[in-house]
Design a protein around this ligand. Structure first.
Ligand code: ADP
Ligand code: MG
Length: 389
């Protein structure tokens, strides 16, 4: 692996990290004005940086070949393609928002799987943004950086993502899940520290082959919007759990009814999970994970055999609860287990995958971690404050 000096011929002035995330519960509720509950992972994208005075950005990634260079002033949506669209998008939105970020050399390093649903895209946008701001000692509220990163992903990269991933990467704190109410645009830190309770949260990438994710996502979104229109509400969040049966009676289409039932019951499960976490009853959260998975499988129909087999084998091996997490059709599952059951649960999933002829899964331990921060604190005095890593 080349060092910063080898790539750019100069010494770095600092490094900044932004983590990936998993959503504990609250799936496909974000575009329904609902509730989500992500944690930040220990796995992160790290951007090491130095200033340039020529208004240009030169960026390299340890995961990709070559150095890509562009002038910040010349950026227009989509003007830089491939993976460098993310750092270019971060520079573009900061310029559009009036931040004087000058130019920079940026080296991207990552221990976060890419394309696995753990939001390496948001982590890359957030890490680049905090690096570009940090280099110039510009302080911006983490929630505002998250909104800027979302706009970059929407308008520069062209991916119609919600705000959860960027909020998790920027605003999570260690030992907590981030309770994010999309309708109210409010957040709350919820105590969630499995290790302190002799528990473990396993994240397993099921390595499912790519399927038609974008089209299916658009179809689910359309069903939810159609249902909200038929019910005369701005979004399905407005349908209270207690009103669900009456609402379902008013919807003629069975598929739409099941989509609505998922969203409304899932929002209730997020509220229940938060109440249990506040009460310190983490083990009781497990069955909510399992109920969420059943709802995503049967009502929302976004699981694939790899996700179902992973969840079923985790439960059969003693997990307290398990569910797919992320957009669906692949990606990861999470399983809540007793600390000493994590290895046997993973072994059971690996065995089942081998028997089914699936790709070998890979796992990481999901310790709820802190959001983006400077990563080399103490290396340089200055005003940029970061949370500790
Ligand atoms: P996810 O966000 O679930 O990981 P996405 O498809 O949204 O998946 O984002 C993955 C993309 O992010 C990659 O295709 C690549 O363009 C970019 N990316 C992720 N990690 C890196 C990295 N270490 N270096 C360069 N680009 C990366
Ligand atoms: Mg992404």
């Amino acid at each position: 692996m080349s060092s910063f000096e080898d790539v750019f011929g100069t010494t770095p002035e600092g490094s900044w990290r932004a983590p990936g995330r998993v959503n504990l519960i609250g799936e496909h509720t974000d575009y329904n004005d609902g509730l989500v509950l992500p944690i930040a992972l220990p796995n992160r994208i790290l951007v090491t940086a130095s200033k340039r005075d020529d208004g240009r950005i030169r960026v390299a990634s340890t995961g990709h070949r070559g150095v890509i260079e562009f002038a910040i002033d010349e950026l227009t949506p989509g003007s830089v393609g491939d993976w460098a669209a993310y750092p270019a998008g971060a520079a573009w939105i900061l310029r559009e928002s009036g931040y004087a970020i000058g130019g920079a050399n940026l080296l991207v390093d990552s221990d976060l799987p890419s394309g696995a649903g753990l939001s390496s895209s948001a982590a890359l946008l957030c890490a680049t943004s905090v690096a570009l701001l940090g280099l110039r000692d510009i302080e911006v509220d983490p929630g505002e950086v998250a909104r800027l990163a979302q706009r970059a992903e929407n308008n520069y990269v062209g991916a119609p993502v919600g705000l959860m991933d960027q909020m998790a990467s920027m605003c999570c704190t260690a030992g907590h899940a981030l309770y994010f109410d999309i309708r109210a645009m409010s957040t709350e830190q919820i105590p969630f520290d499995p290790a302190a309770d002799d528990l473990a949260l396993l994240v397993v990438d099921v390595k499912a082959p790519h399927r038609h994710v974008d089209g299916e996502y658009a179809a689910r979104r359309k069903s939810c919007e159609q249902a909200a229109a038929e019910l005369g509400v701005p979004a399905l969040r407005s349908i209270a759990f207690e009103e669900l049966d009456a609402a379902l009676d008013r919807l003629p289409d069975d598929v739409v009814r099941r989509r609505v039932r998922h969203v409304v019951t899932e929002i209730r499960r997020v509220e229940d999970a938060v109440a249990l976490m506040h009460a310190g009853r983490l083990r009781d959260v497990g069955p909510l994970f399992t109920a969420s998975h059943a709802s995503l499988r049967d009502d929302f129909e976004i699981t694939v055999p790899e996700l179902d087999v992973a969840v079923d084998s985790a439960l059969a091996a003693g997990a307290l609860g398990a569910r797919m997490t992320g957009g669906g059709f692949g990606g990861c599952i999470i399983a809540l287990t007793e600390a000493n059951a994590a290895d046997p649960v993973l072994a059971a999933i690996e065995k089942a995958f081998a028997e089914h002829g699936f790709n070998a899964p890979s796992a990481l331990a999901a310790t709820p971690s802190a959001g983006a921060s400077r990563a080399d604190q103490g290396a340089r005095s200055g005003r940029s404050r970061g949370r500790s890593d």
